[in-house]
Write a protein that binds this ligand. Structure first.
Ligand SMILES: Cc1cc2nc3c(=O)[nH]c(=O)nc-3n(C[C@H](O)[C@H](O)[C@H](O)COP(=O)(O)O)c2cc1C
Length: 396
């Protein structure tokens, strides 16, 4: 937004995000960590999120399940039962006590699941009957990796029920005290399975044309906006990321089409979504290489700039940001906010470290999804705490 491209705007300068006042632009990216035993966020999550909260900072939760058919990882938290809502209140209260704002990311994995995660051992639901290819592996509850099974394409008449699950989950999140919600429309999960023409092979009103592929998403956004108000709703997309086979033949246009529709919703609502969160094409999820990348790094940068210019609201970028790249993105007006993922896993005080240009702890990939409530989760040292034991964390 033009008003933010003023001289002196930096990653560490305040930002007015709708009705929220941020004191800096370093955001905790949503990250699945598999520590919410049996779907209930407990003390480990309270500690993890509190550690990463700063006065005037923005924290986004890990993908949080909207319904019992939504999971595709072990021990992911939900926001569809009263017990889950009650448990989240402790996390939210602790984060608020540190002065941070917290958004809940609403998630349905669609076909990125397995019968073991589904009620009654049913097939996962999706836009399609096609399975994710064997190039990708699913993390099973016992820690091994399996192949993705064939999903069941939702019947046209079933889709509005899933839309309803999103709006109910959003209401639940507000009841738990969250400041807002982020709809997860990225990375090959359910919403992306409708958006991308490399997956969506439907012949009804939800497949084929751009209008039809965007229909499910737009219904979700409209429903959630009606439920909790436009200023509490954010959206995440990754048109150029082919994680879990979510490829599109024209990612630039797909991103622009979604943005155009969100701009229209904002116009009708008379207010903006809290932010649009976009994953950089360069992000290679989980260290796996992207195939079919749309172009060179320069072309990818141009794609992000085009989306940024088209979107009439707060623009957040994520994926591969170092301190320097984050500073540059904000200073040059390419992003209002930058979300950090892996560096925030290993540096609970990342904001302070980036401000001071202090050394960073390296992350340990093998504990990203392990279920230990402490190791690789809340035991990364704060600045000044490093000792011999913690130095071992430097191995990657
Ligand atoms: C362990 C892990 C779990 C993640 N889980 C989610 C998730 O639940 N929802 C989501 O939108 N992105 C998820 N991501 C992507 C991150 O939000 C972020 O965009 C990504 O890590 C790139 O940022 P980075 O280069 O700063 O790590 C995950 C990433 C990692 C490493």
């Amino acid at each position: 937004m033009a008003e933010n491209r003023i001289k002196g705007t930096s990653l560490f300068s305040p930002y007015k995000m709708g009705k929220f006042s941020l004191s800096h632009r370093v955001v905790l990216a949503p990250m699945t960590r598999c520590r919410a035993l049996f779907g209930i966020p407990g003390d480990a999550l309270v500690e993890y999120y509190t550690q990463r909260s700063t006065p005037g900072g923005l924290v986004i939760t890990e993908g949080t399940l909207i319904s019992p058919t939504a999971p595709g990882f072990p021990h992911v938290p939900g926001i569809y039962s009263d017990a889950q809502v009650e448990a989240w209140k402790k996390v939210v209260d602790a984060v608020h006590a540190k002065g941070s704002i917290i958004f809940c990311q609403l998630w349905h994995v669609g076909r990125a699941s397995h019968q073991v995660y589904q009620p009654g051992g049913a097939a996962p639901i999706s836009s399609t009957n096609k399975a994710i290819s064997s190039r990708w592996r699913i993390l099973m509850p016992d820690g091994t990796y399996g192949t993705y099974p064939a999903p069941r394409a939702l019947g046209t008449s079933e889709i509005l029920e899933v839309v309803e699950h999103y709006s109910q989950a959003a209401l639940n999140a507000i009841r738990a005290g969250f400041d807002g919600i982020e709809i997860h429309g990225a990375h090959g999960y359910l919403i992306d399975q409708f958006l991308k023409d490399g997956i969506n092979d439907r012949r009804d009103d939800y497949g084929g044309s751009m209008e039809n592929r965007c229909r499910f998403l737009m219904q979700v956004i409209q429903a959630v906006v009606s439920a909790v108000g436009v200023e509490r709703v954010a959206f995440r997309m990754s048109p150029a990321i082919d994680h879990l086979d979510a490829a599109d033949s024209d990612p630039l246009n797909l991103g622009l089409s979604v943005i155009e529709r969100i701009n229209k919703i904002q116009l009708q609502a008379g207010a903006k979504l809290t932010y649009l969160h976009v994953t950089q094409p360069r992000y290679t999820a989980y260290g796996q290489t992207e195939s079919g990348r749309p172009g060179t790094e320069d072309e990818e940068a141009q794609m992000i700039k085009t989306w940024r210019r088209a979107y009439e609201g707060t623009f957040m970028c994520s994926g591969g940001f170092t301190r320097e790249l984050g500073i540059q993105a904000v200073a040059e007006g390419d992003a209002d906010l930058v979300s950090y993922g892996r560096l925030f896993i290993s540096n609970p005080d990342l904001v302070l470290r980036l401000k001071r240009d202090a050394p960073l702890n390296k992350y340990i990939r093998k504990t990203f999804y392990s279920q230990d409530p402490v190791i690789g989760y809340t035991d990364y040292p704060f600045l000044g705490e490093a000792n011999a034991g913690q130095a071992q964390r430097s191995r990657l």
